[in-house]
Design a protein around this ligand. Sequence first.
Ligand code: 6U4
Ligand code: NA
Ligand code: NA
Length: 161
Amino acid sequence: PHYVREYTLVLLRSQCGSQILLGYKKRGFGQGKWNGFGGKVEVGETPLAAAIRELHEESSLEVRPADIRLAGRMLFQFADETRVFRVHIYTGSRWTGQPVESDEMRPRWFNLADIPFDNMWPDDAYWLPKVLAGQSVIGYFLYAADKVTVLHHCLRNLVEP
Ligand code: 6U4
Ligand code: NA
Ligand code: NA
């Protein structure tokens, strides 16, 4: 049987909007890839609280709950695994502090024209441009066991209520 695990992902934009903060994942799941900051939602924790906590643990940056907004939820699955990743994606452009390298992540600002999609999860190329355009997304990606090939995907824009 398949089971769902909840994760968070935070993508910060510079105030002027021309850059995005990514982290180079030094260990664990997605090692060697650039990604937003995030991790597992703990028992009894809301996704929003987990997003704020993981961002701080991995980058030292502090955001308040009102500083980030839910930009979408995605399901990711691998053909050879029973685990389903349910990832809550947040964006924001207000924070305090400076990004600092952690055991897990090496932060770096990227111009929107230079996002390193070739060294990110392949699904990011589908949904990240939408999120950066201010859209909210919902979707599902099924990967082959190689964790590279997208076998199937479905992606929709969500309209604000
Ligand atoms: P620990 O705490 O070490 O057990 P770990 O297994 O290393 O956790 P963690 O905490 O780094 O995982 O969380 C995985 C991160 O990867 C979350 O921020 C969600 C993100 N993620 C997972 N699948 C993804 C995908 N297909 N595309 C993407 N981000 C993904 O852009
Ligand atoms: Na993490
Ligand atoms: Na984690």
